[in-house]
Design a protein around this ligand. Structure first.
Ligand code: AMP
Ligand code: MN
Ligand code: MN
Length: 328
């Protein structure tokens, strides 16, 4: 991987250009949404022109975030920008159709915390120890003395709270809490934002969980737990893409389970199986397992999109996990 640029280089690029597009990964989670909107709002405060693009648009459940209305799907006709910024996105293909809609950008900036980031772009800043890309964006804002409004604080909170699993994962550090203290001082209402992020779900999500638990399997002497979602079941319970977020934690939290897996049949024309993986122990590196299938992520949380039908992909992936567990 290439060496990181400095915050000063990124700040210089932000200050000296005018037209920006900020992008993040497919199916944007709280981090992908929050850090993109936060940086976009910050650039707007600086008087810049900013577009925020996501291949899948904004997720319904995150539309409460101030500024999330800026998120648009990339246009069919390419547009000109001075600077294109990719956040929380380990590889360019994970930006979906966004790169093809960017014409003539002088500079690509890549800010991320995925260990598997390929280092694409002209200015690359990867910190795999940061629990969220939003935490890096916060450090950048602070280092450069850029604006931090209440709306920006809300978005950074959403980014950090999501990717730390509500401050429960081991990636949560003292620095994370220092930052969060500053975000509260900047205007975050913890009770209100937590309710939106973690305590408000459509009934379809619960119906989905019931259907998933019916498919639950334990393999490798109970060390691997998985469930699977077919397109038919998704349609039956009326589940949308964001309803699946976080359900895998039910498996991961089960005693004895080291690796949890969620298989999901994607809509046509995608036609691939979306694989989500979580580990409880760094010896079982799910990023490495997912990389065997063209995916990536973090040591304890990773994913891949695998071609093939559901049963075949399940068999293949469970075999790879079993091999990894036997030879860690
Ligand atoms: P998810 O299971 O979708 O919540 O993703 C867990 C982690 O793995 C996130 O950090 C994702 O960005 C990453 N990830 C998920 N799917 C892929 C993929 N197909 N390729 C690379 N990274 C992925
Ligand atoms: Mn993400
Ligand atoms: Mn992230």
């Amino acid at each position: 991987m290439s060496t990181n640029c400095t915050f000063a280089q990124i700040t210089e690029a932000l200050r000296t250009h005018q037209r920006f597009v900020v992008m993040s990964h497919l199916r944007p989670d709280g981090d992908a949404t929050g850090c993109a909107v936060a940086l976009a709002l910050c650039l707007k405060e600086m008087g810049k022109e900013v577009a925020v693009w996501n291949h899948d648009g904004a997720m319904e459940k995150l539309r409460f975030l101030p500024g999330s209305e800026l998120i648009q799907k990339p246009p069919a006709e390419p547009l000109d920008f001075d600077v294109a910024i990719a956040l929380d996105t380990s590889t360019q293909p994970r930006l979906g159709d966004c790169p093809a809609a960017v014409r003539n950008a002088k500079l690509w900036i890549n800010i991320d915390h995925h260990i598997s980031n390929t280092g694409y772009g002209n200015l690359v800043y990867i910190d795999s120890h940061a629990p969220a890309a939003g935490q890096i964006v916060f450090e950048l804002i602070r280092a450069a003395g850029l604006p931090l409004t209440a709306a920006i604080a809300d978005n950074l909170w959403a980014a950090i709270a999501t990717d730390t699993g509500s401050f429960q994962y081991s990636n949560t550090t003292a620095r994370t809490f220092e930052i969060c203290a500053e975000l509260i001082a900047a205007g975050v209402n913890v009770g209100k934002i937590s309710e939106h992020l973690f305590q408000t779900h459509p009934r379809s999500r619960l119906e989905l969980l019931r259907a998933l638990l019916n498919t639950m399997q334990f393999t490798c002497d109970g060390r691997v737990a998985s469930f699977a979602l077919t397109r038919a079941t998704a349609a039956e319970v009326g589940a949308g893409p964001e309803d699946t977020e976080g359900l895998i934690d039910t498996l991961r939290g089960t005693e004895g389970v080291m690796v949890a897996v969620f298989f999901e049949e994607m809509e046509f024309p995608e036609g691939r199986i979306r694989v989500s993986m979580r580990s409880k122990d760094p010896r079982y590196n799910v990023c490495k397992i997912c990389a065997q299938f063209g995916g990536g992520g973090h040591v304890l949380a990773a994913g891949a999109r695998v071609p093939g039908d559901l049963a075949a992909v399940e068999a293949k992936v469970l075999k790879a996990i079993s091999d990894a567990i036997q030879h860690p």
